[in-house]
Design a protein around this ligand. Sequence first.
Ligand SMILES: Nc1ncnc2c1ncn2[C@@H]1O[C@H](COP(=O)(O)OP(=O)(O)OP(=O)(O)O)[C@@H](O)[C@H]1O
Length: 237
Amino acid sequence: MIALDALTLRFGGLVALDAISARFTAPVSGIIGPNGAGKTTTMNVMSGFLTPASGRVLVDGTDLLALPPHRRTRWGLRRSFQREQIADDLTVWENILAMTDNLPLSRSARRAEAAEAMEVAGITALRATPGAALNSFERRLTDLARCLAGRPRVILLDEPAGGLTPDETARLGDLILRLPQICGAQVLVIDHDVDLITRICADTLVLDFGRRIAFGPTRAVLDDPAVKAAYLGVDHA
Ligand SMILES: Nc1ncnc2c1ncn2[C@@H]1O[C@H](COP(=O)(O)OP(=O)(O)OP(=O)(O)O)[C@@H](O)[C@H]1O
């Protein structure tokens, strides 16, 4: 279980997170909300880019914020960013293997982890392809494989389907849905694609102006009038 406990973070006078609490128990859960709602800030707090003024993040009893950021990676936290992090001059294999550099695993174990991640993401045939030669879907799959290598416990995906076609988004969604079973990690997904969130996230947290406006089963949350008013009417194109 991932428990956000009264997370509060300010940028000067702006309250980006206003005592956000939620207990994610589903294998795959979502965080949605209009632009500027605080979604990425939440992931930045979890991964250690930002330190909240107050609040806690507990994962299966571990106080995540008590760990320095590099220890969070060793512990098993992985994340992707809105803009995928593929190095153009490295091959797919090197991009994935690089993620395991600082993990407490032997060289052969790291290679085995990277190979398995590539296999799960269905990109083994692209092993020797440089990042620069990948299309946007292949880049997203490689980015996801980077999150899978090295025994993740929690995977945070920030708009993983950004820039993909509906068909690619559906295929990526299928893969994300399978991840908890394949690698045992709990997954949190931010996306503006409500169809994707509805399909893959059992529970969803909705933020607006740094506040929690709804949390619970995704379909119920999307039917909430406050959510419709704050989110669904907004054009995110
Ligand atoms: N480093 C920063 N300094 C100052 N303000 C920031 C910083 N990062 C984010 N903000 C502000 O905090 C608020 C929350 O931003 P955040 O990026 O978390 O929103 P979001 O819900 O992820 O939005 P989007 O869907 O556009 O990515 C916004 O008002 C944003 O402008």
